[in-house]
Design a protein around this ligand. Sequence first.
Ligand code: GTP
Length: 431
Amino acid sequence: MTSPSAMSSSQSKPPVAIVCIGMAGSGKTTFMQRINAHLHQKHQEAPSQTAPPYVINLDPAVLSVPYESNIDIRDSVNYKEVMKQYNLGPNGGILTSLNLFSTKIDQVMGILEKRCKPGDPQAQQASEAAAGARQAPKPSNIIVDTPGQIEVFVWSASGSILLSAFASSFPTVLAYVIDTPRTTQNTSTFMSNMLYAISILYKTKLPMILVFNKTDVKPETEAVEWMRDFESFQAALREEEEREVEGGSTGYMGSLLNSMSLVLEEFYNCLSVVGVSSMTGDGIDKFFEAVEEKRTEFERDYQPELEKRRHEAEKLREGNKEANMAKMMKDMNVSSRAKGTGKYAAGGPPPREEPETVSEAESMEGDDDDDYRGGPDLAVPDDEESEGEQDAAGVDGDAGLQARYAQALRDGGSGVTGMRGVGENIRRTQK
Ligand SMILES: Nc1nc2c(ncn2[C@@H]2O[C@H](COP(=O)(O)OP(=O)(O)OP(=O)(O)O)[C@@H](O)[C@H]2O)c(=O)[nH]1
């Protein structure tokens, strides 16, 4: 039994977000169902220590899922309607549904933080003492199912937004589910799948567990051996060449695979590998041990890197803000010229010279474009500008207006994402 101190320390840890990705048919949904059942069972065995997992379904096209989701993309977006309205095919429909859902990421994260993040232990103890009862524990895992069209999730902007939002609040781990019998059919299929895993690892920059699924059909031992010992992979390759296995590799492909097996050794070392059967439940305990290992790795290696990237993005945003402001100030100068205020107020704009040739006319049009980009929009519209305001602008001059715009820019640019700022703006204006 877990000691109370161990329990409280595990309670103070944030839950690990496990994002299940994998090729269509690799068994993601069955795997999700299995880990969900496993965590529910843990909760039933010790209800005061663990809570059931928080379940998120991000597959908009799935007809039914064999588990209950706390957040389901299908509640927010109607995939079929999206396809119809935007005249899209199935993949475009999934991508657009994910894009639409990702615009709500701040709400999703708000819910997740409220439901899953452990509070301050001291405040919790105080409120438990005041209520005279223990608070219900928070989930130790958030589990996320993704669309079978793996590239739609991993290579899309919305996939990146969703993953980085999870990773900014919780330790986040990718469970890359692999169909073991199919992948170990021959060395080239195996290598293709491994290369895909690498590309995802480098794209997402998140810790990854390779989950060799369907071990009830074929054990993962061969795949693990190929990963851990390149000589055994090369022996399998030679054997294929001798037998000329269908789909196997001969000639230049064989030598490419041979070299790849050496190059990939480094990559394999940074992965955790487990064999599971989502059908029978075999290997699920090992999977959760790997999740805990990856949590430590996330906190040690990935979090500082994420913080660094966030800091750099923040700096870049600040830089952009400055640049935007400089541009806006330039535009305002121009717009005040256009409105007859500012330094040209007395005499009006300088007389425009008539073009004498076509190329001169074109270059003059180009000049206009440069000068007036955004100018009229940024100037206060005539119908909104009251007499008093005009006076104030006259008193403050451009400096007063510029200060107000600068303040607005400063206020508007904060928040985790641009969207949050926009959302707040909308809410404020709709009050
Ligand atoms: N024998 C065996 N079959 C499995 C296992 N896991 C999944 N399957 C089967 O593999 C097929 C695909 O499983 P799904 O869970 O639907 O796979 P998926 O990756 O979610 O599929 P998409 O949603 O289309 O991407 C189903 O017929 C499952 O019954 C397993 O551990 N053992």
